[in-house]
Write a protein that binds this ligand. Structure first.
Ligand code: AMP
Ligand code: ZN
Length: 464
């Protein structure tokens, strides 16, 4: 398996810490608002990673947090906790906000057929783990108390900027939006591990700690949850590219300072989904969610299919045109599959050869677009009998998760379509154009396009 590793800045052969096993950590959503389709592109990318390792026969253990405290609007230590922003917006408690948006997140997450991570844990449920890490960092003189808060002293670690190719000048205060100068810090690049209420009065979510009543910073939660549930050695840690700095940079610094050894070997980052205004962002106000697409009549899996057509490391521009095209193509594929006769014996040779091509595509840094090309090849290869085709497609769908063989997606068979064509002709004769048009539209929705000719009406598969 070859995977691009942000830490190495190149594609590398994946070697797990423990043979046959892979431990993956995914940074979860900040539940102060709905997750938009950009966030979901990131989770689809992680799902393909997990399903590929399943397909390759690894035993996967994956953990994901839910950020329900401590993520400030600057992504650093200035601004306000995003949960507090949502509380004011909606006049609810922080816990009510977290519950509501966690449910909304998982509704869309599962509608996209993303597998449930083995461990899902909210930041607020693991305070003891953060306290343990922070206490050790203070004892080792790597963290310090100032102005009521606890900060991590980045000068105490070597290679703080390892994940960003040492581009320190781009990271300094004043260059990044919303990051303010902080008098309490020894170095401006130091980051907060624990805030006390002296900094933000009236913060709802607070806990007692040896450093004062307060709440954890955003970065410490992922280190705490990952180490607690996945242990001291992690294989892969991932998120969106915006997580590289400061979030993942800080996670590495504090985790390795605490553990005293290298923590995670591979860093997996998904590029952004853009809309015509630029990067989708929850703070922009209006944004698109999977539920909204479903309300408009789209199959959420059409969005998944759209994402799989581009590489996870390439920016992707969302448009309804491309979504419509993805939806039509997916229907066409499902229709073709529904019409395959499960006949013949398994052709071991062809089966193995197509599985090898599929595996090659995925092992090449998750090249899902090439894996989809293999699917097309199988569909049009007359040498492959029906039974072998279906066996291959089922296997491919264990990674794609596009419900390619879904029974109820089966389209009307020829006799049923012909009956509807007749019904439409009858309706036209009776000048019931509304009924005639609705029959045409319903069939089109199912991937069947009616073609009127002088000899009468026939049909074809949409797009063929
Ligand atoms: P958040 O809920 O803001 O913490 O974001 C959840 C995940 O979505 C993070 O890992 C982000 O890196 C990722 N993300 C945020 N915006 C986008 C976007 N426009 N496209 C893809 N991923 C994104
Ligand atoms: Zn994280």
């Amino acid at each position: 398996m070859k995977l691009y590793n942000t830490l190495a800045r190149k594609i590398e052969e994946f070697i797990p810490n423990e043979e046959g096993k892979v431990k993956i950590y995914t940074c979860g959503p900040t539940v102060y608002h709905y997750a938009h389709i950009g966030n979901m592109r990131n989770y689809i990318g992680h799902d393909i990673l997990v399903r590929t390792f399943d397909f390759l026969g690894y035993q996967v253990t994956r953990a994901m947090n839910i950020t329900d405290v401590g993520h400030l609007t600057s992504d650093s230590d200035s601004g306000e906790d995003k949960m507090e922003v949502a509380k004011k917006r909606e006049n609810k408690t922080a816990y009510e906000i977290a519950d509501f948006y966690t449910d909304a997140f998982f509704k869309d997450f599962y509608a996209l057929n993303n597998k449930q991570p083995d461990i899902v844990s909210p930041a607020t449920a693991n305070i003891d783990s953060y306290i343990r890490i922070i206490e050790k960092l203070i004892k080792d003189d790597i963290a310090y108390q100032s102005g009521g808060n606890i900060y991590f002293d980045i000068s105490k670690v070597q290679d703080y900027y390892c994940l960003t190719n040492h581009q320190e000048d781009k990271m300094v205060v004043g260059v990044r939006d919303g990051v303010e100068f902080d008098n309490n810090k020894r170095n401006q690049a130091d980051f907060a591990l624990w805030f006390t209420t002296s900094k933000f009065a009236n913060h709802e979510m607070v806990w007692d700690s040896p450093f004062g009543t307060g709440y954890p910073g955003w970065h410490i939660e992922c280190s705490g949850i990952s180490i607690k549930y996945l242990g001291e050695y992690l294989d892969i840690h991932g998120g969106g590219v915006d997580n590289i700095f400061p979030h993942h940079t800080n996670e590495i610094a504090q985790s390795e300072a605490y553990l005293g050894h290298k923590w995670c070997n591979y860093w997996f980052h998904n590029e952004h989904l853009l809309d015509d205004t630029g990067k989708m962002s929850k703070s922009h106000g209006e944004f698109l969610t999977v539920s909204l697409l479903a309300d408009k009549g789209y199959d959420p899996l059409s969005f998944r299919f759209l994402c799989l057509n581009s590489h996870y490391r390439k920016q992707m521009l969302f448009s309804y045109d491309s979504l419509n095209q993805a939806e039509t193509t997916l229907k066409k594929i499902r229709n073709k599959i529904a019409n395959i006769n499960d006949s013949g014996e398994l052709d071991n040779e062809l089966y193995a050869s197509y599985i090898a091509s599929f595996k090659n595509a995925l092992e090449d840094d998750l090249n899902t677009a090439n894996a989809i090309s293999v699917l097309y090849e199988v569909l049009k290869d007359d040498r492959v009998n029906g039974h072998t085709k279906l066996a291959l497609l089922e296997k491919f769908d264990s990674v794609f998760a596009l419900e390619l063989l879904k029974e109820d997606e089966k389209l009307e068979n020829d006799a049923e379509i012909m009956a509807l064509i007749e019904k439409r002709a009858e309706a036209k004769k009776n000048k019931d154009f509304e009924l005639a048009d609705s029959i045409r539209a319903d069939l089109y929705q199912k991937g069947i396009e009616l073609v009127d000719t002088r000899e009468g009406t026939t049909y074809k598969i949409v797009g063929s």
